[in-house]
Write a protein that binds this ligand. Structure first.
Ligand code: HEM
Length: 387
């Protein structure tokens, strides 16, 4: 009998064969392992993303939710509270001004790439993507230098879950608590001494007299550290993996960096690091002959929708000339990723610099070890060989 277990190491390693069975045979499937309905077809996921009144995020959006997050962050609230938070946070992003970040991001990427010069073999994650994402995030949020490695390690632990208990283990919760204490200290410093950084802007963002309250500033900061480090770093390693595995695409992109934006879009479709998010039903819904009940959890398997042959031709091919409009790599609907513009630009700049130093590379191992996470998907380590 078919089963789908989002906590299983085989799904971490390769969810795509199971996604295909889900889409073709069980498009609305009750996963008893996750106690969650699985929606796997593009059209169903897309519609659910728009219909927040039925598919609510207020009970959390991570497949294995962190304590105390539901109802207080952008990703874990419904309109109108969500729209209020989104407006205030977007306001802070606008003030920080993405254009002004381009030069510092370029410098960070160049330094990290130059440190690799002469290496014949290295771990892309520890030696490049982690260094890059942590430094970029520290610059954007205005975090004090010195704590980079610990913050990165805690952010990565926060999104993992225990494959045996299927819940957050003590080390994951401890990492989350550490991050909240850390964020609280930085917020207090920024309140006393505001700078041109995102945390200072969140603390003071105001629309029509409305401001973020203490808990919102704290959890928004914690969530952005997690998204900025984990989602961006995870995606960069998936992009490097696609480049390593598809020689023709890599050569084209390394020779002509103007192709990077299209290659990045195709990677967001082909294997985004943000695979599965969760909603809670507000009313009974019957779909493909199955009745899901109010109060049930529903997983939107973005990674599967992106491989749906009903939406994308030849979806299992990685084709950088495809221009995959409407992919679900950044989700969709009211909760579509707020950091998407930032993530696209940061990835583009990072690989422009990386390819200047290392244009030709392959992965050192066929088998990779994957992060244990029911929501995100990226390798824990990825050694590259320089050709
Ligand atoms: C390539 C890297 C990234 C990927 C693949 C990604 C993916 C996603 C996805 C799929 C969602 C939707 C979650 C849901 O449906 O519940 C989301 C939401 C979000 N992301 Fe990202 N993300 C990335 C980078 C970032 C960065 C760098 C930031 C911020 C600095 C960020 C901030 C957010 C926020 C705040 C939300 C919640 C938006 C809302 O609920 O209105 N993300 N992201």
């Amino acid at each position: 009998m078919f089963s789908f277990d989002p906590y299983s190491p085989s799904v971490d390693a390769d969810p795509f064969p199971a996604y295909k069975v889900l889409r073709d045979e069980y498009p609305c499937f009750w996963s008893s392992d996750a106690q969650t309905w699985m929606l796997s077809r593009y059209a169903d996921i897309f519609s659910a993303g728009l219909d927040w009144k039925t598919y609510s995020s207020a009970k959390g959006n991570l497949m294995t939710e962190l304590p105390n997050r539901a109802g207080a962050t952008l990703g874990t609230t419904d309109p109108p509270r969500h729209d209020r938070l989104r407006g205030l946070i977007q306001h802070a992003f606008m003030k920080r001004n993405l254009e002004g970040m381009m030069e510092p991001i370029g410098n960070i990427a160049r330094t990290a790439a130059e440190q690799l010069r002469g290496n014949r073999r290295f771990d892309f994650i520890t030696e490049f993507s982690s260094k890059f994402t942590v430094r970029v995030l520290f610059a954007a949020l205005g975090l004090p230098l010195g704590d980079e490695q610990t913050v990165r390690d805690k952010a990565v632990l926060m999104v993992q879950s225990d494959p045996l208990t299927r819940a957050k283990g003590t080390e994951h919760i401890a990492a989350y608590n550490w991050m909240q204490d850390y964020a609280a200290r930085v917020i207090a410093q920024r309140r006393e001494n505001p700078q041109n950084d995102l945390i200072s802007h969140f603390s003071t963002a105001e629309i029509d007299g409305d401001r973020l309250d203490e808990r919102e500033v704290l959890l928004t900061t914690t969530t952005l550290i997690m998204a900025g480090i984990e989602s961006l770093g995870g995606f960069m390693s998936m992009f490097a993996l696609n480049m390593a595995d598809h020689g023709e695409a890599r050569r084209a992109v390394a020779e002509n960096p103007a192709l990077l934006p299209d290659a990045i879009e195709e990677s967001l479709r082909f294997n985004t690091s943000a695979q599965r998010f969760r909603r809670c039903l507000q009313k009974d819904v019957t779909l493909h002959g199955q009745t899901m009940r109010a109060g049930d959890f529903v997983c939107l398997a973005y990674g599967s929708g992106n491989r749906d042959e009903r939406q994308f031709q030849n979806p299992d091919a990685y084709d950088i000339r495809r221009k995959p409009r409407g992919h679900l790599g950044f989700g969709g609907g009211v909760h579509a990723c707020l950091g998407s513009a930032f993530a696209r630009i940061a990835t583009k700049i990072a690989f422009e610099e990386f390819h200047k130093v290392i244009p030709d590379y392959a992965r050192a191992h066929e088998q990779l070890s994957w992060m244990p996470s029911s929501t995100f998907r990226s390798p824990l380590k990825m050694e590259l060989l320089v050709n």
